[in-house]
Design a protein around this ligand. Structure first.
Ligand SMILES: [Zn+2]
Ligand SMILES: [Zn+2]
Length: 174
């Protein structure tokens, strides 16, 4: 996504655009997201002063990810702030070394915000999504969804744990 620097008006540019599907696919790669159900857009204000271009705004959207425990579909809201200052490529390397701030290079003609938006989306996706806070997940023995039915394997597991606790107690009493 290119923004031509000379086309940025003195009062700045206001952009409300959907993210290119290639960027969305790239940022969500490996997350098992439902790309067809993903909607991601950005609201940006782009301003320039001399040779610097400031891009500020936020990314908003939603996607569908598998529950980390039971693999059910979970609709996840996506939101991330965006802020980067584009400076001429020759300066970008120096600024980066001096400052922690987010400086990105431009070639004097246009700023490429694709990488910036991809990075914002990667940050916006939660590390693990749950269909509900108390999701019981899949049974490790039979693979059944323990939210749907009690397959019985769980009882065996709890009996085992209880037995070992009782064992400890007996030992400490002796
Ligand atoms: Zn779940
Ligand atoms: Zn089971």
């Amino acid at each position: 996504m290119l923004i031509k620097i000379r086309e940025i008006p003195a009062l700045g540019l206001h952009l409300e655009v959907p993210l290119e599907s290639a960027i969305v696919a790239d940022a969500l790669a490996g997350r098992d997201a439902d790309l067809g159900a993903s909607q991601v857009g950005v609201v940006l204000s782009v301003t320039r002063s001399d040779e610097e271009v400031l891009v500020r705004g936020r990314l908003i959207g939603s996607t569908i990810l598998p529950c980390a425990r039971c693999l059910a579909e979970v609709k996840v809201a996506l939101e991330a702030p965006i802020q980067s200052l584009f400076v001429p490529a020759a300066r970008a390397a120096d600024e980066e070394a001096e400052d922690e701030a987010d400086y990105l290079p431009h070639d004097g003609v246009a700023v490429e915000i694709g990488d910036l938006l991809r990075g914002a989306l990667i940050l916006a996706v939660p590390m693990a999504s749950l269909c509900r806070p108390d999701c019981k997940g899949l049974c490790t023995v039979c693979g059944g969804d323990r939210n749907q039915k009690d397959c019985g394997c769980r009882v065996a597991f709890e009996d085992l744990r209880l037995a070992s606790l009782k064992g400890l107690k007996l030992n400490s009493n002796q």
